[in-house]
Ligand binder design. Structure first.
Ligand SMILES: [Zn+2]
Ligand SMILES: [Zn+2]
Length: 417
């Protein structure tokens, strides 16, 4: 029997730079190759020979360094869904700008992104991909459009990597496919192993309330959003409330790309209709003009770093009738996180308490602990490896208590499967 091992190259006991190596006999499979862009953290060096590279979804913490693979001579395929290819291309181009804005030498350039896109092997959900040493298959992960769980059937074992996962259906997505059988090893994200999220409908209702109140008070409701997935969900929730709704920043481009991959969302017709109805400001003059009247603006960046949201905050921060709502995960040391923790808006040359009404709405793209445990009970794998979470060790202990053979690997640790 040849050996089958897992090595974490990054993304264990942390959230960021995901990269996991599966060595199956003489084949090396790489799952994700991400970049922790906030602190410029990269994975441990990968082996020279990669026989298959699988991308779970477009987010930079999973895709951010793929162009570096191709820059350093990798000529093989990247297996991914069509929506992931298109959205990763957009986010990677943007990440060059982010690196430049921070005065860093970008780690890759546009030609390396092009090489990655050209070498993409587009796969659909539930399509069997033949490999030199086994079979791979993607299943819907319900996290963002195009996101997938990856099943590797190799060397007599079935290894399932969840990627980032959400089971609950939303306005945008169906929720993860859980009908996967005979899993031996589960590599599972556990971002929210320590809490459950409130029901989506309740969060959506609360957001609508905040927005209605703002607009009735003659204010502007700024809704800060991630470009991919979240902005489109917010659009579907808000476009027909009867107010003027605008969409701004990278969300506009992301929506166009998602609409070109209609099967990546639950109701593409409705999304198309909603996107056609809202206006998209293009210049700072136009942005300054629209905020003279009460309205709703869905805009990037989700953590308040970059994007037109900066323009809106600078113009509206002194107006208590206006509101700013954060709608997603706020990483440590970001402007958004600082605002939530201290009530102060701190960015280049500005440090002040906002007079706008600031709110946080838990629209997570990840599942909470209860659903994670339910999934483990359903799959009943022989072994669980916990990745993509800051509380993995504690959760592993807890799962052991429930009878699961669970490990919270360290980065660099090699585990026999
Ligand atoms: Zn993600
Ligand atoms: Zn992630």
């Amino acid at each position: 029997m040849t050996s089958l091992t897992f090595t974490s190259l990054g993304g264990c006991r942390e959230v960021g730079r995901n990269a996991f190596l599966i060595e199956s006999g003489d084949s090396n499979f790489l799952l994700d190759y991400g970049f922790e862009i906030q602190n410029s953290l990269v994975p441990i060096t990968i082996p020279e020979k990669i026989n298959g590279f699988f991308l779970s979804h477009a987010h930079i913490d999973h895709s951010g360094l793929i162009p570096v693979l191709y820059k350093s001579g990798y000529n093989g395929k990247t297996f991914l869904t069509e929506a992931t290819s298109s959205l990763a291309e957009m986010l990677l181009k943007d990440s060059i700008k982010v690196q430049e804005r921070r005065g860093e030498q970008p780690r890759f350039l546009t030609p390396h992104i092009r090489k990655f896109i050209k070498n993409g092997f587009i796969a659909k959900y539930n399509q069997k991909i033949r490999l030199h040493n086994g079979i791979a298959e993607f299943y819907d992960a319900g996290h963002i459009p195009g996101s997938c769980q990856t099943l590797l059937d190799t060397n007599g074992k079935r290894v399932l990597y969840t990627g980032d996962i959400k089971f609950e259906e939303t306005e945008m997505l169906h929720g993860a496919d859980t009908r996967i059988k005979n899993v031996d090893v589960l590599i599972s994200e556990n971002t929210y192993s320590y809490k459950d999220h409130p029901k989506r409908r309740e969060v959506a209702d609360k957001l609508k309330e905040i927005i209605q109140e703002t607009v009735y008070n003659n204010g502007v409701a700024v809704v800060a959003s991630f470009a991919v997935g979240r902005a489109q969900e917010l659009l579907l929730l808000l476009y027909n409330l009867g107010f003027d709704v605008y969409m701004d920043g990278m969300s506009v481009e992301a929506t166009k790309r998602i609409l070109l991959n209609p099967s990546s969302v639950k109701n593409p017709k409705q999304l198309k209709k909603a996107f056609g109805r809202v206006r998209k400001p293009r210049s700072s003059q136009e942005r300054s003009r629209i905020i003279k009247k009460p309205c709703v603006i869905i805009t990037t960046a989700g953590m308040l770093q970059g994007g037109p949201v900066e323009h809106y905050i600078k113009k509206l921060h002194n107006r208590p009738e206006c509101s700013l709502t954060l709608t997603g995960y706020q990483a440590v040391n970001t402007v958004g996180r600082t605002l939530l923790d201290t009530g102060r808006y701190v960015t280049e040359g500005i440090n002040e308490k906002l007079k706008m009404n600031v709110n946080f709405m838990d629209f997570s793209g990840h599942c909470g602990r209860g659903n994670l445990i339910k999934y483990y009970e359903k799959l009943n794998p022989k072994k669980i490896l916990l990745v993509h979470g800051e509380h993995s060790e504690k959760f592993a202990q807890e799962l052991k208590g429930k009878g699961f053979d669970t490990i919270a690997p360290k980065n660099g640790e090699k585990i026999s499967l």
